[in-house]
Design a protein around this ligand. Sequence first.
Ligand code: C5P
Length: 416
Amino acid sequence: MQGRVLLMITGGIAAYKACFLARLLQQAGFSVRCAMTDAAQKFVGPVTLRALTGQPVATDLWGEGQSEALDHVEYALWADLVVVAPATANFVAKAAHGIADDMVSTLLLASPCPVLVAPAMNDNMWRHPATQANCATLRERGVHLVGPGSGWLACGTVDEGRMSEPEEILQAVKDLAATIELRPDETPSLSGPWAGRRVIVTAGPTQEAIDPVRAVVNRSSGAMGYALAAAACAAGAEVTLISGPVDRLAPRGLKQHLKVGNAQEMAEAVAASLDGGCDWLLMAAAVADFRPATAADAKLKKNELGETWRLDLVRNPDILKEIVPDHRSDDTVVVGFALETGDVVNAAQAKLQEKKLDFVLANDPTQAGSGFGDTAHQVTLVDPDGVVWESESLPKPLLAVHILDRLEAARHGAGA
Ligand code: C5P
């Protein structure tokens, strides 16, 4: 699906979910630009959305800050459809009355295209006759509404008023988009520090064959590696994604997608890709440390294996430690990932020294929001001097954008 979506973000706690929505819209094929109210910027920085979309974020009618030299009428005319998510009670009221007193409300009034609004507010504000009347006015005018749903509200109650989940809003956008004419977007992406950088990302588990049908595997979902690859692509990098067996859609804009099965194949793919030149290696794959000593050619028969079956395992090559040093250039920045429990930072630093890495992204799978496949995730960025940054627990697509920002900043800070 192509098409241009202008995502307007107003000031509710759900603003952080709008970042995820921006990413989902892009993955669905839409070009996305964003506009944010002052209040929205108290929850999420425009820099994050600028990095996600590769476009300036409209924030200020008077040309200060992010929206310098940004023509709001041009932004309004650019869009095929407008999505307001989250839409606060205040913004719904302004929209219903045609008030245009800041960048976002002005853009909305100047946008001739279809509009989808995702309200998000406290349950009493939502039920208030004024809000209900404003929503009715918007509907009569042809504005589409999605949600709100019920669930935990920021005020601590469980009730109606919660913004629809990004996936649900995406579906509503797709439904609306199917009814209108959509235009491709040829706007070049802003060039940021990742533009043109050669980035290799490894992702997912490796699968070590026991016989043709059985394998030693691990539970890596590949989510973090794929999110990093997607974020790097969106930031204009030339990305090679080397992936173990996972059932995931490749991010848009990859230079190369190498699918491998076992650790040996991953090692070969990493070596060959490094030989082609690499600025950043992000080693997010959960490479199996051991593989069966022999892989049988035919399926092993249960009856012949007896009651207790001993499987001999041998060490796989440690790709970061044993393969990468012979193939990286002096300028390649090498980032390892470490799953640690207990003293995570110390363990991560030990790993950094042992494997001669520039950075380690550590996480503790025993902490809530940091396990395999969790959509929200928390990481700690460590360099030889200690902790560089501790992230909040964020959805992986969003976390990936922050990780790239922090790595780039830390690279200069550390002189790596
Ligand atoms: O030593 P540990 O497995 O905890 O280190 C994790 C880091 O090392 C990850 O970045 C992972 O991709 C990498 N690794 C590797 N080769 C292995 C095992 C892990 O490069 N055989």
